[in-house]
Unconditional design. Structure first.
Length: 280
């Protein structure tokens, strides 16, 4: 009986370790080369990469290079590399070969011939031709995520906590803004919505309509401020004010970017009126 208990404890411990390892795998990237979080270290294993694994290899290298490019900008220097890496993966998801048409596969094969030469000769620094072929390889169709995030236009809405990333799809011309929120309490990050989800915040929209029946959210990046540091009931809130367009405007707050509540509003040409208490 004692031996059975010991074996059970060992089995349970092994299962716990297994799940911990699986969690680490998903946290640091999926795929065969997801454990590498440095493009230089990944490049060093190029000679051992099998043809069947090159898709994962080049995809991982692309994500790492893009994340490292973002890291070079002063306003992102305090953001953990793994956060920028996961952000790049979110914006640029993998485009597997099986989803490509004949033209896409042809473009990928051509790009790979060029990439192979650069990696074999270790000519990887500041190489625009390599990056062009790398982008062609990971998304030859230019349809799924052929986007560019301009690091110079990244806005730090709340220092070290909330950033706005503008992306442009060079194929369709579509522009999109991503908001990256770093939850320092949980040492976690999320891509969040600044404009409240209407289905999840019906009371919020009802309150806005009550005061400003014709209000419409601006498409531009809003301003965001943290709550009062000396007020425990307010310090965890983020106060969001949509871009001013000389019309009606509102300010609302949230702790988690999921649930929102109206803080104050202003009709065009009038003073701000607090719904709860006026903001200074």
């Amino acid at each position: 009986m004692e031996n059975e208990n010991i074996n059970y404890k060992k089995m349970r411990r092994n299962i716990t370790i297994l799940f911990a390892l699986l969690a680490m795998t998903f946290a640091f990237g999926q795929g065969k080369y997801g454990k590498y979080l440095s493009s230089k270290k990944l490049a060093m294993v190029y000679k051992s990469v099998k043809d069947a694994d090159k898709e994962d290899f080049y995809q991982q290298y692309y994500w790492l290079v893009k994340a490292e490019q973002l890291k070079t900008f002063p306003h992102l220097k305090d953001v953990k590399p793994v956060v920028l890496y996961e952000f790049v993966k979110k914006v640029n998801p993998q485009n597997p070969t099986k989803k490509l048409d004949a033209r896409g596969k042809e473009l990928r094969e051509t790009a790979e011939l060029s990439l192979n030469q650069y990696f074999k000769n270790k000519k990887l620094d500041n190489n625009s031709v390599l990056m062009y072929n790398l982008e062609t390889y990971v998304d030859p169709s230019k349809g799924q995520y052929y986007t560019k995030v301009d690091a110079e236009k990244i806005k730090e809405l709340v220092p070290k906590e909330l950033f706005a990333f503008n992306s442009n799809n060079r194929n369709t011309g579509e522009e999109k803004t991503y908001y990256l929120w770093i939850d320092k309490k949980k040492d976690d990050f999320n891509i969040v919505d600044i404009i409240p989800d209407e289905k999840e915040n019906k009371d919020f929209y009802a309150r806005v309509k009550q005061y400003l029946p014709n209000y419409k959210f601006s498409k531009y990046v809003p301003s965001v401020k943290k709550g009062t540091k000396t007020d425990r009931t307010d310090v965890d809130y983020y106060y969001i004010m949509p871009f001013e367009q000389n019309t009606d405007n509102i300010e609302y707050k949230t702790k988690d970017f999921k649930t929102f509540s109206l803080s104050q509003y202003r009709k065009a040409g009038e003073e701000w009126k607090g719904v709860e208490k006026p903001r200074k």
